[in-house]
Design a binder for this molecule. Structure first.
Ligand code: GDP
Length: 298
């Protein structure tokens, strides 16, 4: 089995395919910058991040008198690392007991999978974990979480067809009573009809705050890297509604749209606590700006 870093690299090679060839033995001229612009846009970095990177790069080329492709590649690598560095932060554990973590994301983003991976990850750090099946609108999501909990010896607080806020409220109390370290609440990614998702999630957040002062301590959004610019739209909408404290970016093990992280760094620099690079439990890894920039450039 390949290491996760190898998978990140080979995954992002779909993104970097447009970038790798560009720098080989070329003159540093307008054609190079144009090719780079196209490649960055193709990677879903978006206009803003692409222009920012290109302008900074041109300036660097001028000031440092860079004269070949390899030097320009290195300069772009440095700029990418600088841009992505603010996203490289980790979730601080032990600030509260329980640390209450609310997890949001549209259906299919990889929310349930990431919760399972994160629970395992936390347990490996000696943290006890309790889960709340807060997506009461989707029976399958609840069942999936319960089955996962049984298999992994993690208590899952649930209630069929109940009110999500009530389930999560109960779970906070259960976690306090049992002196659990981290309580993670799954939430709905889509509602059946008329109800507004953001309203529902805001209500959950409010009720959690009533169950415990200062909670939720973290509000994480799970996004699927493959959705590219659409992921940025989700980040903005959820952040506006809930005030996000962190992101989990999934499916970086096979995306052509890895540039989306540059767009996020420019427009909504919310820490990327973890990245998903596969479907199994150890495929959740901390985000590293340098590793990511290297993988992106192929
Ligand atoms: P949810 O609807 O947001 O709860 O999404 P799920 O957790 O059910 O995930 C949807 C699909 O994406 C499942 O098939 C997962 O196995 C898959 N998935 C989740 N995270 C990753 C990842 O990092 N890489 C890959 N390749 N697949 C993932």
């Amino acid at each position: 089995r390949q290491s996760w870093l190898t998978r990140l690299r080979s995954g992002l090679s779909k993104t970097s395919a447009g970038l790798t060839g560009i720098f080989v033995g070329v003159k540093v001229d307008d054609a190079l910058f144009e090719e780079l612009e196209t490649a960055l846009l193709m990677s879903d970095a978006g206009m803003d991040a692409t222009e920012f990177l290109l302008e900074s790069l041109k300036q660097k080329v001028r000031i440092e008198r860079l004269s070949n492709g390899a030097q320009v590649r290195e300069a772009l690598r440095e700029l990418l690392i600088e841009l992505l560095a603010p996203l490289e932060r980790s979730m601080v554990l032990g600030r509260a007991q329980p640390l209450v973590v609310m997890i949001a994301g549209v259906n299919g983003a990889g929310k349930t999978t990431s919760i399972g991976k994160l629970a395992k990850h936390l347990q490996s750090y000696g943290q006890s974990v309790l889960l709340a099946a807060g997506d009461t609108f989707r029976a399958a999501a609840r069942e999936q979480l319960v089955i996962w909990g049984e298999r992994n010896n993690v208590t899952v607080v649930e209630q069929s067809g109940g009110d999500p806020a009530a389930v999560i409220f109960d779970a906070v109390n259960a976690a306090r009573a049992r002196r659990i370290d981290v309580m993670m609440a799954d939430t709905a990614g889509r509602l059946p009809t008329q109800l507004h998702l953001m309203e529902e999630l805001r209500k959950v957040k409010r009720v959690v705050g009533k169950a415990m002062d200062g909670a939720p301590h973290e509000v994480l959004l799970v996004i699927d890297a493959n959705t590219g610019q659409n992921a940025l739209t989700q980040v903005k909408a959820f952040d506006d509604a809930l005030g996000l404290t962190g992101l989990i970016v999934t499916k970086l093990d096979g995306t052509a749209k890895g540039g989306i992280l540059a767009a996020i760094a420019r427009q909504r620099p919310i820490p990327v606590y973890f990245i998903g690079v596969g479907e199994s439990v150890d495929d959740l890894q901390p985000f590293s700006a340098a590793e990511f920039a290297d993988a992106l450039l192929g």
